[in-house]
Write a protein that binds this ligand. Sequence first.
Ligand SMILES: [Zn+2]
Length: 538
Amino acid sequence: MAMAKVFFSDLKAGRCSSVVEARLLRYWEARNVKRGGELMWMDLLMVNVNSTVMQVTISAGRLPQFLEQLHAGTMFSVSGFDVSRCAQNFRLTDSSLMIRFNESTSFQELTEPVSPLPEEAFRFRNHSELIGLANTNTQLPDIIGEILSVKSTVCDPPEEKNRVMVTLKLDSDETVTLSFFDSQAVAFHIQLEAMRVNPKVMVVTSINPKIVGGRLFLNATSGTHVYFDKKTGAGAALFYRLAARDTGLPSAAPLLNSYAKVENMTIADLNSFIVSAASQEIDFLCTGRVVRIDTDKGWCYVACSKCSKKLQRTESAFTCGVCNNPQAVGALRYRVEMAISDDTAEGTFVWFDGVLTKLHSIRASEAAQMLAEDGVNPEDARLPPFIADMEGKTYTFQVRVTAFNFTEHHKTFTITRIAEDHGRLPVDDVVNNGDDDDDDGDDASPNIEPSSAAGDQGGTSKAQKKTGAGASKVMCQGQSLNQVALYLPRPVFTHGQLYVAMSRVTTPNGLRILDETSDMNGEDGVTNIVCKEIFKDV
Ligand SMILES: [Zn+2]
């Protein structure tokens, strides 16, 4: 007796003994990351004659029976299986049902289906639909787009934590960032590297859309498959449309930009990273403008000189809870929270003692002395002016993301390093190419461009450096000058600045130094003062 042939759309929850003819589109393993990657089941997507896509799962226990038959594109006659409701989250198909293979499932390869079966089936969503789905965790849709750029942290050999970010232009001309993580990032990187020419088009399946900081991000899932260019009919159509549009000449720049160590990151990407990536410790380089200094939180605290944790003030002494010491020795340390933004988003960043001491060459205790008022504890004193002045300025800095950033207690990012000693410039002087960080081709170099404002000045005035004019000191970097005069009225130059100023001159005869500080201690020459405390946290 021949079993009745049905469509996926005919199925009802329960045991089914009818036959469905369908094509296997793709399949992937579902592994339990919490249990050392143990295989739980295999997910399959199958399409039948009327283009209905159905999710099929085969439990790990039954998998050996079917594994050798699993080849994407193969057609099957399936009968004897269970039909159940899909979970409400992360839907892979438009159907609310799914198929589970059971002990009596028959899964026979098919060469001549009753009716031709579709070669492919995607659930493409456009930009506004993706925004509607973002953060809902309800659907894992597919997308198609033009590849604009690829950034990768994958090195050779790959390290444990990896990320690849692809900037895609969707049909509506909107661009989105698609992220792959870890082993998927490595696989994507290797696949792209092996291609002779840059692909133009990507079809990407089962992605999870997220909105962070007002921007749309698409994250790969375990079910994500990538099809380049003409691998799919849908991709080929877009490929030929793009090919007809451009000159046909190969792109000059390689698509894949790898970042070996510290990757540039927009603040929006940084915010996204901590909600979408696996918990890890990793450094990124950000550039942003200080939009607000959180003065409520103060600018310094009394730290235990042993463990650097905050001390509790009692009437006559300091107590360290960590060292369990009721008579702890206190040292003043900086801690300043600032809202910093780039053109993508805003984030809250914390500047700690080492970084701020290095940036301003003034220790927290010195700053407290400058601001000393009777009856006011240093940590309650007003903001030092050089810190208040940071508002409105743009900095390139390194951020360390730690496991803490991935917890719900996360509120701030820690700045661990300023990209270049005294590389700070007023915001107007920072060269801005107007590009979003996602789609430019810059490398990760933290160098700050010399200011264009320097070009307006005469050659002599460039060389006559007055201390205290913060921005002008770094302007001579990268320049060679015949004559340099240094005027040193106060001992505020640091090594880096003095070196930069002195090393620009091309001949010793061209260097004159007027050092008024030598009168202070009755010695000639420049006294080298090293505050060893500065290097404690460096
Ligand atoms: Zn302590």
